[in-house]
Design a protein around this ligand. Sequence first.
Ligand code: NAD
Length: 496
Amino acid sequence: MTLLHDDGTSVLTTTDPRDGSPIASYPVSSADDVRHAVYRAREAAAWWAGLAFGERRRVLVAFKAAIARDAKALAATIARETGKPDGDALLEVMLTLGHLDWAAKNAEPVLKRRKVKAGLVNYNQHATLGYVPYGVVGVIGPWNYPFYTPMGSISYALAAGNAVVFKPSELTPGTAVWVADKWREVCDRPVLQVVTGGRATGANLVRAGVDKVAFTGSTASAKKVMAACSETLTPLVAECGGKDALIVATDADLDAAADFIAFGALGNAGQTCVGVERVYVEQRVRDALVDKVVERAKRVVVTGDAPTYGPMTLATQTGVVAAHVEDALARGGKAVFGGPESVAERTVSPIVLVDVPEDSDAVQRETFGPTVVINAVADLDEAVARANATDYGLGAAVFTKDARKGERIAEQLRAGVVTINSVLGFAAIGALPFGGVKGSGFGRIHGADGLREFSVPKSIARQTRKAALNLLTLERSPKDMHMVERMIPMLHGKAR
Ligand code: NAD
């Protein structure tokens, strides 16, 4: 939790969501502080971009190794700031280092300058395409996965040759500062810097002259960031919220589906952008699935020394969860496990809702809590139509034993990523780009597309000899133009 930082005070103090005890205080970076960081980053960016791919790779792999050797300390910092169990935090570290490794090792093959075909008519041109860094990337991150999520931008931006100024969530600055300290252990240049503070500091970063902004957070904040970016035509990648649907076909392995629904909906207290918030199940297996999900929800422990998940990191989110549940019930939905009484001051026990009207908040808006709506559908076409009928489009999942059917449904779902017979199965795959459509944002992190997201394509065409047809001149000859007239139907006149 943070105190008073957005109203002009100079310090923000974090607290442990598990017991409210203060953790540490951090400066609120002013507009001048942020500009200074970007100024330093610009110098560092020139140096970093000037290194060969292999040299950057060596620094990034050393960075990864330094973090890995101290992974438990980082996990403890994440756990303290977010309230999540230590094991969850440690998994977050492992997942993130996999991406850092992938980005470091694939930057050269993906981004190095390559020859492209110039085509018959341009036989006298040697054409190459390379990807050059933007310069300084401003990264703004959320609190729910305070290492994994921003590092999805940071790792790929650094590997592509940019310097980064990172503004973490006001709830989790300690994780970011820890990471920046590790950077300084492996590199004495300010290629990665952290500025701390709240929304105002984030807004300062957007306006501090960065060459690209990588924003991860709510859709509402993304719109404000995009408006600010438009003032300077600063490009933006926006990773926003979701309302992921999971479809269960009659032929699905219901135990596996229920396991993954419980994990995807309740894990991390539901505070996962690609968490499962809605389930559409074919009518015939609806009761069996609901029973199995409830069975698993009953086994969840939210108090004591070894909870399944922690408290809500953002205390005010309990109000959103309660409002969505109450709205669902008021409109005729039913709670088959838990209910409004499951929402305590800081902790929310699992809530399983069924038969919730499609236009209610629990179906249409991001709840970001350990709740799930299970609605029956007549068939898979209806499931797909309902899954696609929200303003979001981040992730989705489908459960079926029929691989072809699964792939077909995956193609029909309007989402950036779809998993078949699992949830979050993509998250550790370095080669798969990640990002949303519609209100879930645009642009991609991870994978080759993630590396290109933080690069500018730069084309070079080198003339190797004089062209037979001299067309690039103010004094074209009638003979050459006659040749052009004959060439057009020859080159493009056939419709195939
Ligand atoms: P948030 O939008 O409140 O804040 C995110 C970050 O943006 C914070 O660092 C905040 O200080 C900063 N910020 C807010 N307003 C700003 C502004 N006007 N200008 C500049 N910076 C600003 O989101 P949150 O509560 O921290 O995170 C939860 C949200 O993030 C959820 O919607 C979740 O789905 C989403 N999320 C998305 C992904 C993804 O990859 N798509 C991953 C994790 C979380």
